[in-house]
Design a protein around this ligand. Structure first.
Ligand code: NDP
Length: 455
């Protein structure tokens, strides 16, 4: 095809493309969902840019460069041999080394990691930094495991993974179930196996090459992004009631930044339910949550035993009336019904701290209601942006100050916001940030791929 495509032809090509992806990736629901979300915006954009069709750019982007799957054997504290499956999906390294987190969760499978690696490719491009897209993990369930079991698992995982990563090849980071403790064990084992102290992981401790505000960056960035979206409408986070899901790294730092910007966060959750604290989760209560989750590894329900709050078992917080929503737990946590409830109850903005937390028909509800909707690949890019800056600091063997990094994070989120406005503003001036992020992320990777020829 080399002529400009009509709208009818464009939907026919999109349909054919989607069918092809589904045929090649049967049963991989999350991966197919992520590719469709992107393709839906890219096909109309490239309708008058036939070179992208001719060179099959989106087809190539949606087929990972390679996938490594391996067995992980480790011994638990009782001497039992345990077997898990490990993965690394190296999706696309056209604009830099593969970069993306490692997830340890019992639900991990190939579809989830392929969707995350695909999304990561666009997100990393949006940051403006030279990073390709990848993702990895294991179906290992860290819940209830002792420190030494987690250490032995991480060492066994890295024993295989170290063959496939490196500071100029693939630089993993944390994700669900992989925080400072796990990154320390993983980095320690990489160093032992290779006898090299290099920036092969990000999210490291400050003592061994980590960067200031990397831990905070994803949650902070998601709130900055919301503030930019609202700023575009002459509004701000200040004074707003916010619902937040999750109680891990992204959620707690989102609450921290909401507080700093004058908002009030009234919910947090985990996989057992959510707490609702009408008075707001202030600094002291947040310090309690961090200790509860990071040190004691307890359940969020304990919050309601300690403070004047209610606990809602097995529920998510989307039916609590709010101005702003920050989903920061996991994928597909906001259904269509949840989205309808949010809009009906007066929510004017959603910024996705988690990856792909809103189901496709939920997104449509937000777009139809024309609320400020910040999709994950834009809104949560702050984490990987500071990871990119950690890589730069490691290469140059320097460390930047916290103030400098705060400024760089804020600038990055503002730049991503601007890119989304450039590609996503519609004729009635509503900004479709989903479209803006998809096209804004696509262009740089696509043009690099064109430059390489057929590889
Ligand atoms: P954490 O492991 O620190 O926290 C995850 C939180 O989400 C926990 O409260 C956990 O509850 C909850 N959760 C996980 N799975 C489910 C589920 N199926 N149902 C309900 N709650 C669930 O992870 P992060 O905060 O790092 O990551 C959260 C999200 O943000 C993920 O989507 C991740 O991909 C995304 N993200 C993270 C980045 C980072 O820098 N860490 C960067 C960009 C995106 P419980 O304790 O009960 O499991």
């Amino acid at each position: 095809m080399s002529k400009i495509a009509t709208p009818e032809k464009t939907s026919e090509y999109l349909q054919r493309f989607v069918e092809g992806v589904e045929r090649r990736n049967p049963g991989e629901l999350e991966f197919n969902q992520a590719v469709f979300e992107v393709a839906h915006d890219i096909f109309p954009y490239i309708a008058d840019k036939p070179v992208y069709h001719d060179r099959q750019i989106l087809e190539r982007m949606s087929e990972p460069d390679r996938i490594i799957i391996f067995r992980i054997c480790w011994e638990d504290d009782d001497g039992n041999i345990r077997v898990n499956r490990g993965y690394r999906v190296q999706n696309n390294n056209s604009i830099g080394p593969y970069k993306g987190g490692i997830r340890f969760h019992k639900s991990v499978n190939l579809s989830i990691l392929k969707f995350l690696a695909f999304e990561q490719t666009f997100k990393n491009s949006l940051t403006g930094l030279p990073m390709g897209g990848g993702k990895g993990g294991s179906d290992f369930n860290p819940k209830g495991k002792t420190d030494s079991e987690v250490m032995r698992f991480c060492q066994a995982f890295m024993t295989e993974l170290h063959h496939h990563i490196g500071p100029n090849m693939d630089v993993p980071a944390g994700d669900i179930g992989v925080g400072a403790r796990e990154i320390g064990y993983l980095f320690g084992q990489y160093k032992r196996l290779t006898n090299q102290f290099v920036g092969v992981l990000t999210g490291k401790g400050l003592e061994f090459g980590g960067s200031e505000i990397r831990t905070e960056a994803t949650g902070y960035g998601a709130v900055y992004f919301m503030d930019s979206m609202l700023g575009f409408r002459n509004d701000a986070v200040d004074g707003k009631t916010c619902v937040v899901s999750g109680s891990g790294n992204v959620a707690t730092h989102a609450v921290e930044k909401i507080n700093q910007l004058g908002g009030t966060a009234v919910t947090l959750s985990d996989s057992s339910g959510f707490i609702h604290d009408r008075a707001g989760i202030d600094e002291e209560k947040l310090a309690y949550v961090k200790e509860l989750k990071e040190v004691r590894r307890g359940r969020i329900s304990e919050y309601a035993d300690k403070y004047d709050a209610t606990f809602h078992a097995g529920k998510s917080p989307w039916h609590v009336p709010c101005d702003l929503a920050f989903p920061c737990a996991t994928q597909n946590e906001i259904s269509k019904a949840d989205a309808v409830a949010l809009v009906k109850n007066g929510c004017i903005g959603v910024s996705e701290g988690a990856n792909m937390p809103t189901e496709q028909d939920g997104i449509q509800i937000f777009l139809d209601a024309k609320i400020a909707f910040g999709p994950s690949k834009a809104a949560n890019a702050g984490g990987v942006a500071v990871s990119g800056l950690e890589m730069s600091q490691n290469s140059a063997r320097i460390s930047w100050s916290e103030d400098e990094l705060q400024r760089l994070l804020k600038d990055t989120m503002d730049n991503i916001h601007e890119k989304c406005v450039t590609y996503g503003q519609e004729s009635d001036s509503y900004v479709n940030f989903m479209k803006g992020a998809n096209i804004g992320g696509f262009v740089k990777v696509a043009d690099a791929m064109l430059a390489y020829g057929v590889v």
